[in-house]
Design a protein around this ligand. Structure first.
Ligand code: B1M
Length: 256
């Protein structure tokens, strides 16, 4: 399924044409990604993400980096924005799970390139975070992104993956003694599970020993408050800032 075509791809004679849904129903002219302006390339990457074209996303990501784009700018403007468009058409029944899975794989391929760049900032050690997507939920792109950004900010991150029951969080708390517990949920049906985890921590008398941060597209601040989290984080950048603030408070440093 192709949303729109910005330009037609030109594949050099010596290069095997990339499998491209954009290209598949097009005439002979093809797009050479490296010849596009930054703006055109970002738009084309939105299209390619939509079409689940992993190799094109890898190529586009590398081109933007070579042009001096900051990794975070590539991430937010080319990848996250592209995924937002996918989400809209998924919601509207234009895209279906198999197609969105391809988009997610393409997004992950781009994130894989950016990861070492986002992580290797040399930031001083801040603390430790355990993060996972809650039970019943298999969405992990946002959670992975938060994990990467936290690592880049100097946190040690223990990633529990997806579909985590409360026991998984408790085991990880016991094993790793983190400063922060992060929970992610992308479904309205799974976000209430965050309360199960927090209530269980309360029952065990350990709730106040840890900072609990929650995030995910359907959440908001009120929800975060209602389930008893310390803070709701709108995005990965907010998660990093919030976590750093809590660490400063923990060490009795005044937060500006
Ligand atoms: Co799903 N899906 N999906 N999906 N999917 C949504 C969430 C949905 C909103 C799509 C829609 O209808 N518009 C909708 C939920 C509706 C609702 O609950 N009201 C939905 C649905 C319905 C479903 C299925 C039920 C579909 C089905 O089977 N019929 C199914 C559920 C499976 C399950 O979990 N049990 C399903 C499946 C899938 C795929 C497997 C195809 C795929 C997931 C692949 C993967 O993650 N590996 C998928 C995807 C990709 C999406 C959308 C399109 C994109 C999610 C994403 O990766 N966004 C999504 C639409 C949308 O969200 N608009 C959708 C990009 C990512 C960077 O953003 O995850 O929001 P996000 O993370 C942000 C912030 O939210 C925040 O920071 C991140 C970075 O800035 N954040 C945190 C996230 N977690 C945090 C944790 C923190 C802090 C901040 O801790 C401290």
């Amino acid at each position: 399924m192709t949303r729109r075509h910005l330009l037609q791809k030109q594949v050099p004679a010596d290069r095997k044409p990339l499998k491209s849904a954009s290209a598949s129903n097009m005439a002979d002219d093809e797009i050479i990604l490296s010849e596009l302006s930054d703006e055109e390339l970002v738009q084309q990457m939105h299209d390619d993400l939509y079409d689940g074209l992993k190799e094109e996303i890898e190529e586009g990501t590398n081109i933007l980096l070579e042009r001096g784009w900051a990794p975070y700018k590539v991430l937010t403007e080319a990848l996250v924005e592209g995924m937002r468009i996918v989400g809209e058409d998924f919601r509207d029944g234009i895209l279906f799970v198999p197609e969105v899975l391809l988009s997610a794989n393409a997004m992950k391929a781009g994130m894989f390139i950016l990861r070492p760049l986002l992580v290797a900032t040399g930031a001083p050690k801040q603390g430790k975070m355990v993060i996972g997507t809650v039970k019943g939920d298999i969405h992990d792109i946002g959670k992975n992104l938060v994990g990467m950004m936290m690592e880049g900010a100097g946190f040690d991150v223990i990633d529990l993956g997806i579909n985590n029951a409360v026991e998984k969080y408790l085991d990880a708390i016991e094993q790793h003694q983190p400063d922060i517990i992060g929970m992610s949920a992308l479904l309205t049906t799974t976000m209430p599970y965050m309360k199960v985890v927090i209530d269980t921590m309360k029952e065990k008398g350990i709730r106040d020993d840890y900072v609990v941060l929650v995030g995910g597209a359907p959440l908001n601040q009120e929800f975060g408050k209602a389930v008893g989290a310390d803070a709701y984080c709108r995005d990965a950048a907010v998660a990093v800032e919030t976590a750093k603030d809590f660490m400063k408070r923990k060490h009795n440093v005044r937060v500006s």
